[in-house]
Design a protein around this ligand. Structure first.
Ligand code: PLP
Length: 346
């Protein structure tokens, strides 16, 4: 039985809408490996999940959209950062289902130019037909959720059946289920001939990806270390978040306690000044990915998780002879919104 079939015995009661083009390939990064000089670096190409230009949100939204359909929703309401890949993918999924979609833009990144507010994901949101509004308070997840709840109430009063997509730590972790499938997929790729890995590196933001990979691997009997690279909070706060969302996910699928506290690893050395704001290592990762591997990484997420992969290799946490798998989670459209800011001090 494949690991994905084994996982299905836990997930099959939950409704799902297939969105992602899977399995995504695992590829070597020989030129980056040589430049870094430590372990063999490989990439799981989840930037190639296809739907709505790809990325990790295609997998994450499969169970959320399944739940929205099951709830009889005719409208999707989503809150997130202005250049949110989640909102862009949700807007596309809503369009595909004939649902209306409203997006609330949280102004989390100060001092950005007109391109940030109109290009990249924002342009795609409009092409997918979503309506938008702005939430001015930068980093207040609870207030943003309260504000979108008010918008939901207004639409209910007009006879709509809205479905809310929020990413707070206490939200039902449906997105993580999509990444449990990715964990199964990686184990099936290993069973199919891909040599085993010594570690996997993932970005850790809402933590849906991190929790899904970690819980999926452990549930399916793999003890592969999972390193989360912080993209929004410091390591202490993110570690708490990954633990608490793991508990929620274990409860959701009824598997009992699977993830142990000491298996939750978060690093914040590559976070820089904060969410969406780059630092030296961010710009270096962007340059290395582009020039050595012909691969684009975005400044908010994937450049930081790649910088973490490179940094942990240089620091000797990963060593020569080991094989390290970095999860590329997409984010391409944001590149066009950040423009020259991608290049840093180059
Ligand atoms: C959302 C996002 C992440 C972060 O994933 P979480 O599951 O929210 O932790 C990483 N990379 C990209 C490109 C994203 O869009």
């Amino acid at each position: 039985m494949s690991k994905l079939d084994e996982l299905e015995t836990h997930l099959s009661p939950l409704p799902r809408m297939a969105l992602a083009a899977v399995p995504t390939p695992i590829e070597a990064m020989p030129r980056l490996t040589e430049a870094v000089g430590g372990p063999s670096l490989l990439v799981k190409r989840d930037d190639m999940t296809g739907f709505a230009t790809g990325g990790n949100k295609a997998r994450q939204l499969e169970y959320s959209m399944g739940a929205a359909i099951a709830a009889g929703a005719d409208m999707l309401l989503v809150t997130g950062a202005v250049q949110s890949n989640y909102m862009r993918t949700a807007a596309a999924a809503a369009a595909k289902l004939g649902m209306a979609c409203h997006l609330q833009f949280e102004n989390r990144v100060p001092g950005m130019d007109a391109g940030y507010h109109s290009n990249g994901n924002v342009l795609l949101d409009r092409l997918y037909g979503a309506t938008t509004s702005t939430f001015p308070v930068g980093e207040d997840e609870a207030a943003a959720d309260a504000s979108i709840a008010v918008i939901a109430e207004e639409h209910r009063a007009k006879g709509r059946t809205p479905y809310l997509l929020t990413l707070s730590a206490d939200t039902k972790p449906l997105g993580a289920l999509g990444y449990m499938r990715c964990a199964a997929e990686i184990l099936d790729q290993i069973a199919g001939g891909e040599p085993a890995f010594d570690a996997i590196v993932v970005p850790s933001g809402s933590a849906a990806t991190h929790v899904g990979i970690l819980l999926g691997l452990r549930l399916l009997g793999s003890d592969l270390p999972v390193h989360g690279i912080c993209v929004r909070r410091d390591a202490a706060a993110q570690t708490d978040r990954v633990k608490s969302i793991s508990r929620l996910a274990e409860t959701l699928i009824g598997c009992g306690r699977v993830v142990e506290d000491d298996q939750v690893i978060c690093h914040d050395d590559w976070l820089g000044p904060g969410y969406g704001r780059g630092t030296e290592s961010t710009f270096e990762a962007i340059a290395l990915a582009g020039r050595l591997e012909g691969m684009i990484v975005d400044p908010v997420y994937t450049a930081k998780s790649l910088a973490g992969t490179i940094g942990l290799s240089r620091a000797g946490v990963f060593t020569k002879g080991q094989r390290v798998l970095w999860l590329h989670t997409g984010g391409l459209p944001a590149v066009f919104a950040y423009g020259d800011k991608m290049i840093g001090h180059d």
